[in-house]
Design a protein around this ligand. Structure first.
Ligand SMILES: Cc1cc2nc3c(=O)[nH]c(=O)nc-3n(C[C@H](O)[C@H](O)[C@H](O)COP(=O)(O)OP(=O)(O)OC[C@H]3O[C@@H](n4cnc5c(N)ncnc54)[C@H](O)[C@@H]3O)c2cc1C
Length: 483
């Protein structure tokens, strides 16, 4: 007779949210946690394709779950990032008004920020705006400073949670899609309840089930026997400008938000590029990750107004992220007791920032439902390899190169990634299994040549690590260079 593995908690979805929940749960003694991720790697869904702002939540809707968890998540991620080495740059944001109507909304925006518990938004004089952002377009008439909107590495954050959790005992199963869920009961030998989870790689049972399936959260919600929300992907297209553009912008440049979107921004990235985007278009297809001529044209129009000199710069890549928007304005974060199911759906535009706070909240919910949570103080936290431009990289560190010459051997010249870093990514606590995974762990292949010079070498290292040529790469978001 085959024994079905029984776990305390099964988390479905290895994006930044599911991984943060796993990171928090595994910091408690004796809690058996399994995370199931359909893709070949963690952090490879919406979590790798966002604008990477560590939000304050100043513009959230007061009183929502989102408002509370974004504020708490900012605090938690800022502190955690400093401890484990997640690149975070405290640039601050300037929210720019381009006409009198937008300027007239400033008092409401300040009042909304205060209602969200954030009181550091202030209007700055126009001369100060011009001094701080000399390349800003001529139509800017006023600005609010939001000093705590930072930029954060969207790749290192979920990987840090994953490495931390795996080292603390998480059972991580990649390439494992959940296909069905049944409730357990006394007839199955589980009088306390629980779930039987069917996957593409076998069956397991658990007491608690956490749905952090992002775009697939509504499907899983139904598989778990619930109705209540439908995910309609809201596509966001973005343009990445070459590193030579970076000196054009000093802060995150935000537009005045509307009721439906935060709007198109220009922001530095921790990798030393500039981003322009995102658009916000509802689409029917959860796999619709292609850039569109119309989206690119709209972005270039917006960019021409915000920082006209941007349009003279080369575009390195385009990408698309799909927000898990629902018909509701708030996160669909709810514990269904006593069955022990937690929905963590509809984490639309702020999940990177809120991730650790969501993890904290889910721990509390499960604790209230009887999961024994005894905190461990014997766990070392990981120290993540730095991929941030503002912090020392291995190729710049003479002592490190002297100790291990692989850190002096550049493989990706655009991004200055060394053989030592790629080697480390291939034997990390959650190893990279494809080029996209190497890119998110090391920056190799994400530069202006878009794999032309380094792709074959990176693939050869992957093949060697995998014991032979890799299977065809898992589909990833298109990253095509545009003329
Ligand atoms: C354009 C854009 C800009 C954004 N900008 C920001 C920003 O600046 N700051 C910020 O804080 N947030 C931002 N966000 C939001 C943030 O990226 C998301 O909220 C966050 O990534 C959601 O993480 P997740 O783990 O819920 O989803 P995902 O990363 O999509 O992870 C869900 C995972 O579940 C897996 N899955 C689905 N179904 C199943 C199944 N049946 N079985 C197993 N696995 C399954 C998927 O493969 C996926 O990996 C932005 C989002 C977009 C799209």
């Amino acid at each position: 007779m085959t024994t079905i593995p029984h776990r305390d908690v099964v988390i479905v979805g290895g994006g930044v949210v599911g991984l943060a929940i796993a990171q928090q749960l595994t910091r408690h003694r004796g809690v058996g946690v399994t995370l199931l991720e359909a893709r070949a790697d963690v952090g490879a869904g919406t979590s790798k394709a966002n604008t990477a702002i560590l939000h304050t939540g100043f513009d959230a809707t007061p009183g929502t779950i989102e408002s509370r968890l974004v504020a708490r998540g900012h605090e938690l991620l800022h502190a955690y990032g400093a401890r484990v080495g997640i690149p975070i740059e405290p640039l601050g944001a300037l929210l720019v008004a381009w006409d009198e109507e937008q300027h007239a909304r400033f008092p409401d925006i300040v009042a909304q920020a205060r209602a969200n518990g954030y009181d550091r938004v202030r209007e700055i004089p126009l001369e100060e705006l011009r001094r701080r952002e000399p390349h800003l377009g001529p139509g800017a008439i006023a600005a609010l400073e939001v000093p705590d909107e930072h930029i954060v590495c969207p790749f290192t954050t979920p990987l840090a949670y994953a490495y931390d959790a795996v080292q603390a005992g998480l059972e991580l199963r990649r390439s494992t899609r959940v296909t069905a869920v049944d409730r357990l009961g006394a007839d199955d030998g589980h009088p306390g309840g629980g779930f039987r989870v069917h996957t593409t790689a076998g069956v397991l049972t658990c007491r608690f089930l956490v749905n952090a399936a992002g775009l697939g959260s509504d499907v899983l919600h139904r598989l778990a026997g619930h109705e209540g929300y439908t995910v309609t992907p809201r596509r966001g297209e973005l343009l990445v400008f070459d590193k030579l553009s970076r000196p054009l912008v000093n802060h995150v440049l935000l537009p005045v938000p509307t009721a439906t979107t935060k709007g198109v921004l220009v922001s530095p990235t921790v990798f030393g590029n500039l981003l322009l985007g995102p658009t916000a278009d509802d689409v029917p297809d959860k796999e619709d990750r292609g850039s569109t001529p119309d989206g690119i044209a709209r972005l270039l129009d917006a960019g021409a107004r915000i920082v006209p000199a941007l349009l003279e710069q080369e575009i390195t890549a385009t990408y698309v992220g799909l927000r898990a928007a629902t018909e509701h304005k708030d996160y669909q974060l709810e514990l269904f007791a006593p069955e022990g199911y937690v929905s963590v759906g509809g984490i639309r535009s702020t999940g990177l920032t809120a991730s650790l706070a969501i993890g904290e909240e889910v721990c509390r919910m499960l604790g209230d439902e009887g999961l024994q949570l005894d905190p461990r103080d014997d766990l070392p936290e990981v120290h993540m390899p730095n991929v941030g431009q503002a912090f020392p990289r291995p190729f710049e560190q003479e002592e490190r190169i002297a100790a291990d010459p692989a850190y002096g051997e550049i493989v990706c010249f655009c991004e200055r990634t060394t053989r030592g870093e790629i080697r480390d990514a291939l034997c990390a606590p959650v190893p990279a299994v494809d080029q996209d995974g190497v890119r998110r762990r090391t920056r190799a292949t994400m530069g202006r040549c878009q794999t032309f010079y380094c792709g074959a070498r990176v693939q050869a290292m992957l093949d060697e690590a995998n014991g032979g040529p890799a299977a065809p790469a898992t589909p990833t978001a298109p990253r095509k260079a545009v003329a």
